[in-house]
Design a protein around this ligand. Structure first.
Ligand code: NAD
Length: 415
């Protein structure tokens, strides 16, 4: 079976939202396509002396609200339609969070696992050579994404600075701290999700200090969700998993021990004194909170009816299929949708841009406080729209985000 085309999915989601908002047909047509996209060929001298040419993309989906913002992915199976879809989702995410930014995304078809550090550095610098005139703090600000790292962001910033003749720290985010990175970027995605969870718990009278949590996926998002759920609220995390399987312990699983076992054995499935469970079983556990922090399409029409959690926090992008969404809504499972739940990352990226432009560094506490304000405001806005139209939280998030972009387009006189 062929994989669903992500751009078609994003267009379908937009069409549903256009109906709810009774969008003018011309406005909907404008929003269905990226405003600009760039396709570039990047020649790179490989370590063995060969010249290899890589295909790269940058899509600027919509910049009505401000400069585009979105990551750059290095992936062997990168496609222009994936980048288009992700740039659309970035447009809605920055809008939802009330950031003065549009949405963009970039990608290069390559396999970074098979490339040396030198080859990757030359590819990063080549990407900027090909695109620098279309990037910058007032135009389009990239960030790390799948298989791109803070070090790569530093190389790209340096190459851009060579072209402009300035120290252009604000042209890219997710940089190491010593070259203009922000405090708090590391755990920002999970932390933002936890602030949204706190708001949901208030709404549904869930005492988080007594709540049980299951976490699927134990990378950046999932592992920080574990430590923060305990640190911020005193939750008991009873199950964790990664690609090699999962474990359950009704007495709770310690975050430090999970991190140690993951580092030593490469999987949380080896945590001792726990019952081994599959990733499928984890989703159906009798817990209060389910954190989906691994992959897309894991909650489907086949298992959505078996989910017992009261709240799902979607730190992963796209973990719930549209059919599953309908079942969860009917069963009164409260889903905090991906582009709200995982928006902490782009929000702290925005803070990084602001600090670079101000030439000022905020403390961890300042970053956390500002992130909390943004996430709380966004969550409450989505909840209010969900109640107003009697629609699920994902549809509600779309209506809030798309309406803001449309308002800016109209105010600027574009449509
Ligand atoms: P990561 O690569 O650090 O971790 C992914 C984790 O998922 C790993 O523990 C891996 O073992 C696990 N995994 C892979 N296949 C699995 C499977 N079949 N079942 C269970 N677990 C599986 O990635 P991440 O940065 O933590 O991102 C996770 C998700 O969150 C992705 O969907 C990503 O797009 C989304 N996200 C992350 C950020 C961020 O700042 N890290 C921001 C926004 C969205």
């Amino acid at each position: 079976m062929s994989k669903p085309n992500p751009f078609e999915i994003s267009q379908k989601q937009l069409a549903d939202c256009a109906k709810i908002l009774c969008l003018d047909a011309g406005v909907h047509e404008f929003l269905k396509h990226p405003m600009r996209e760039f396709h570039v060929s990047i020649p790179v001298r490989m370590d063995d002396g060969r010249m290899k040419v890589f295909q790269g993309f940058r899509v600027q989906y919509n910049d009505a609200l401000g400069p585009c913002k979105g990551g750059i992915r290095f992936h062997p199976e990168e496609t222009i339609d994936t980048v288009r879809a992700l740039s659309a989702w970035m447009t809605w995410k920055t809008s939802l969070l009330g950031l003065p930014l549009g949405g963009g995304k970039g990608g290069v078809i390559c396999n970074p696992k098979e490339m040396s550090a030198g080859e990757l550095e030359r590819l990063c610098r080549g990407y900027i050579d090909a695109l620098w005139q279309n990037l910058g703090p007032e135009k389009d600000v990239p960030a790390p994404d799948v298989y791109t790292t803070p070090q790569m962001m530093a190389w790209m910033m340096d190459q851009f600075s060579k072209h402009t003749g300035n120290n252009s720290f604000g042209m890219i985010t997710g940089k190491p701290l010593c070259v203009g990175g922000s405090c708090g970027r590391g755990d920002a995605t999970a932390r933002g999700g936890m602030y949204a969870l706190r708001e949901a718990a208030k709404e549904f009278n869930i005492d988080l200090s007594k709540a049980t949590v299951a976490i699927q996926g134990y990378g950046n998002a999932g592992s920080y969700a574990h430590s923060l759920a305990k640190e911020l609220f005193g939750c008991k995390v009873v199950a964790v998993s990664d690609s090699k399987g999962g474990v359950f312990n009704a007495a709770g699983i310690d975050a430090d021990e999970a991190a140690r076992v993951k580092a030593q054995t490469s999987s949380v499935a080896n945590i001792p004194n726990c019952k081994k469970i599959s990733n499928e079983e984890l989703l159906e556990l009798n817990v209060d909170i389910l954190v989906a922090a691994a992959l897309e399409n894991v909650i489907t029409k086949d298992n959505a009816g078996k989910v017992k959690a009261k709240v799902i926090v979607e730190l992963a992008n796209g973990p719930t299929t549209p059919e599953a969404d309908a079942i969860l809504f009917q069963n009164k499972v409260h889903v905090i949708p991906d582009f709200l739940a995982n928006a902490g990352g782009v929000t702290v990226s925005y803070f990084e841009m602001v600090q670079n432009i101000m030439r000022y560094c905020w403390s961890f506490d300042e970053v956390y406080q500002k992130l909390d304000e943004r996430m709380t405001m966004a969550y409450q806005g989505v909840l209010a729209a969900s109640k107003k139209y009697n629609i699920n939280m994902r549809q509600a998030a779309y209506t809030v985000a798309v309406a803001r972009v449309v308002d800016a387009m109209k105010t600027r006189g574009w449509v």
